[in-house]
Write a new protein. Structure first.
Length: 333
């Protein structure tokens, strides 16, 4: 799966492409930091205007909005460009994978579900990496940029439960996020979601294989196909039930999460020790930090699918390599 970064043909794409993606994500996060600062200044200006009529000019108001348009425009342009580049980068990663599978397909074709793993699993792997991989990296960069900002904004502000401790907001976000993440990871483990996803793909592969054989072999009994589809139905229904239980916990937590920043800021808001602009900056920075910490939580269903795909491809490659080793041993004998 990772020959893309070690094969001479693809090494430039692998390493230089990764550097371009990482650099672009870093610039996007820096722009996001500037947008966060803009929110503070804009809402302070709104508070000033609403508190004292004509205290700001219309040109100042339009100028502030134009500043946001410029920042948002740069962010959108960069996001679109890097999304386009990332799609090409990951297709070439997929190409590096399938080229090796093609070169050993005389052995790979003997493995159950070979066609599905080479075609379907490789495209799933690249598509999941496109969304999941870049999101993980961006989340780490957001934490690096926004934690110092949140610390600076919350200094001297009373925080619920933590009082005037300057690390109260960060600690609160961490405890809230870790608690939710541990809870849902534990729930996913209890419900055996990765195993169910793996079994689902395995039964789908067996069903697909018998359908392909039936296209050319009229002797394949319909009963065989029906039995396999019954297996597919049962594993899908089990998957739906398990995810029903999991989503109850996940969605309930995410809905409660909307109020978390306001709960921690309650003493400061009631005491009136923050302006509207500062409050908006804190809430937005808190949300970005908390959202990045909750990366595993929000992406859990996709992570489960990626783990399942990785497991199938790893198992597939191990069987191919064992087959190659066995053939070489036979030749020596």
């Amino acid at each position: 799966m990772f020959r893309f970064f070690t094969t001479r043909k693809w090494i430039l794409w692998g390493w230089l492409g990764s550097a371009i993606i990482l650099s672009s994500l870093w610039i996007q996060v820096k722009i996001d930091v500037e947008i966060n600062e803009w929110f503070g200044e804009f809402y302070d200006m709104i508070q000033k205007a609403l508190g004292a009529p004509n205290s700001i000019t219309i040109s100042e108001y339009w100028s502030s909005l134009f500043s946001f348009i410029m920042l948002a425009g740069m962010y959108i342009a960069l996001a679109v460009a890097i999304s386009f580049f990332t799609a090409h980068f990951l297709f070439r990663w997929r190409t590096a994978m399938v080229e090796w599978y093609h070169s050993v397909y005389d052995k790979a074709r003997k493995i159950e579900g070979a066609a599905q793993r080479v075609q379907e699993d490789t495209i799933k792997f690249s598509r999941i990496m496109e969304s999941l991989g870049t999101s993980l990296i961006e989340s780490i960069m957001v934490l690096v940029q926004f934690i110092p900002i949140l610390l600076g904004l919350s200094m001297g502000i009373p925080i619920f439960f933590f009082g005037d401790w300057q690390y109260g907001l960060i600690t609160g976000a961490l405890l809230w996020t870790l608690g939710g993440t541990v809870f849902l990871i534990g729930l996913g483990w209890i419900l055996r979601l990765v195993g169910v996803e793996y079994d689902l793909q395995k039964k789908e592969a067996a069903y697909r294989k018998i359908l392909v054989i039936a296209e050319d072999d009229g002797s394949v009994r319909p009963k065989t196909i029906d039995d396999l589809f019954d297996d597919v139905r049962s594993i899908h229904f089990l998957s739906y039930l398990r995810y029903l239980y999991f989503n109850i916990g996940r969605i309930a937590y995410l809905q409660a999460n909307v109020l978390s920043a306001y709960v921690f800021l309650a003493p400061a808001i009631v005491a009136g020790v923050v302006t509207l602009g500062v409050m908006q900056q804190i809430i937005r920075a808190f949300g970005r930090v908390e959202g990045s910490m909750q990366y595993l939580l929000k992406a859990w269903p996709t992570i489960i699918e990626l783990a399942s795909v990785y497991r199938r491809l790893r198992e597939f490659e191990d069987k191919i390599e064992k087959s190659i080793v066995n053939d070489k041993s036979s030749e020596k004998i």
